[in-house]
Design a protein around this ligand. Sequence first.
Ligand code: HEM
Ligand SMILES: *[C@@H]1O[C@H](CO)[C@@H](O)[C@H](O)[C@H]1NC(C)=O
Ligand SMILES: CC(=O)N[C@H]1CO[C@H](CO)[C@@H](O)[C@@H]1O
Length: 513
Amino acid sequence: MALFQDISLTPELLLATAIFCIVFYVVKALRTRVPKGLKSPPGPWGWPIIGHMLTLGKNPHLSLTKLSKQYGDVLQIRIGSTPVVVLSGLDTIRQALVKKGDDFKGRPDLYSFTFISDGQSLTFNQDTGPVWVARRRLAMDALKSFSIASDPNLLSSCYLEEHVSKEANHLVSKFQKQMEEVGHFEPVNLVVESVANVIGAMCFGKNFPRKSKEMMSLVKNSNDFAENVSSGNAVDFFPVLRYLPNPALKRFKNFNNKFVLFLQKTVQEHYQDFNKNNIQDITGALFMHTENSKDNSVQIPQEKIVNIVNDLFGAGFDTVTTAISWSLLLLVTRPNVQRKIHRELDTVIGRDRQPRLSDRPQLPYLEAFILETFRYTSFLPFTVPHSTTRDTSLNGFHIPKERCIFINQWQVNHDEKQWEDPFEFRPERFLTDDSTAINKTLSEKVMIFGLGKRRCIGETPAKWEVFLFLAILLHQLEFSVPPGLKVDLTPTYGLTMKPPICKHLQAWPRFSK
Ligand code: HEM
Ligand SMILES: *[C@@H]1O[C@H](CO)[C@@H](O)[C@H](O)[C@H]1NC(C)=O
Ligand SMILES: CC(=O)N[C@H]1CO[C@H](CO)[C@@H](O)[C@@H]1O
């Protein structure tokens, strides 16, 4: 073995060996004790100090999907010195988040989370006790009442339909105005304004400052947020980055401060005209709850009631905007798919009236398109990180208390064991054999809203909102890009993954009104 003969015991080699041994024993000593009959989750070898940070790279959802093929559904990596368990596979994730929901419902103590909503966020705060349960319930009830619940006093079927119809028609005009003036447009900046107005109206009614510069600049800079609360964000795992000059962290803190200030101001203005006999929006419902809070079994501290609106507003505009932005780019790059949606709208709705929420069951192809957009883009590649609330086990692996858990939704949506040709965009896959309805079994395999105790509370309103926006836009317009233009669909990694900015979208009226 010539190779080994050449290596003599130089001082360098001795030193290197010594360091290796020390690191090895320290790491070994830090390993948690594993109960009998269980194993530690497997994973690749990681560098001292940085762990698997380099392995994660720019697209952690892709690199962790690759690792899951080698190490399985429950694997462990280290980011810096923090161990992280990564879950893949729909069955394994269901087992954790649904069957063992209480064990996996926690949130880790991450540095970036402490800046969100003054550290009081329902979504990012570590609390999972009775106060969190009561806040989550209150948020769900208030959201439901002022989005999807039917209200006999309204002309539309519900608040959501009223607000979305109005904003979608505005959006059609905005697109057309851009077409007349410039001949093309960048859609996201126009979409985000419309979507913010919808959640703004649900949260604050008439008190939402629709046209204020402050509001617009906030919603248009939401990338400062989404790119920095992602799973595997370096600042969360390498404390040293907090003390070095860090412009991205500064922007993130700045965004959060402005966001809370803006919402506080809007809430205060709203309180001036609060009338408990005429509740018209989510904030009103929350004010009402603070008044009645003495009769409730679990006392939620006053300041933690009204700031629930921060979570709802924050979760409500970026996600839905991202869904609609991806949809538009997929439509212009797949004219055949767009044609099929147009045909369905013409057959079912015709041209004498607008699409409504109640048309949804009769528009299965549009529904299949939305599901395929969720699956194919998986624009929330991971859920918000979870953590274990106690020592637990999964698939025979021991997972200790307070272990940070990443849930790889992207992997679930591209799993070759579940999907035929997962990398092809094909809405038809979700239709039943006769193409008249959605295959429910298959649609339930798409994972983008999480599962179990932390499942998104906005899932139903979000799905309805995306549906109605797209139905109204596509009923009136045909979208395209100039012939020959290459549209880049490479996403930027983050909590929500966005497509690259495209300034060349075009929209053409389908019929004169
Ligand atoms: C297409 C749009 C949306 C998607 C894809 C989405 C997805 C998600 C995901 C993946 C989570 C984290 C689940 C977990 O940690 O396991 C979440 C949490 C949450 N979402 Fe959504 N969401 C959307 C729209 C909305 C809307 C419109 C609202 C409210 C107006 C909302 C409110 C929330 C809240 C409050 C949480 C935190 C729940 C908790 O931590 O207990 N979401 N969402
Ligand atoms: C739904 O899809 C699954 C999997 O492709 C298939 O086995 C099943 O027959 C489909 N159901 C209907 C009603 O088309
Ligand atoms: C650490 C990190 O992900 N920083 C990102 C924060 O967001 C900005 C965009 O607003 C990115 O440029 C940073 O890379």
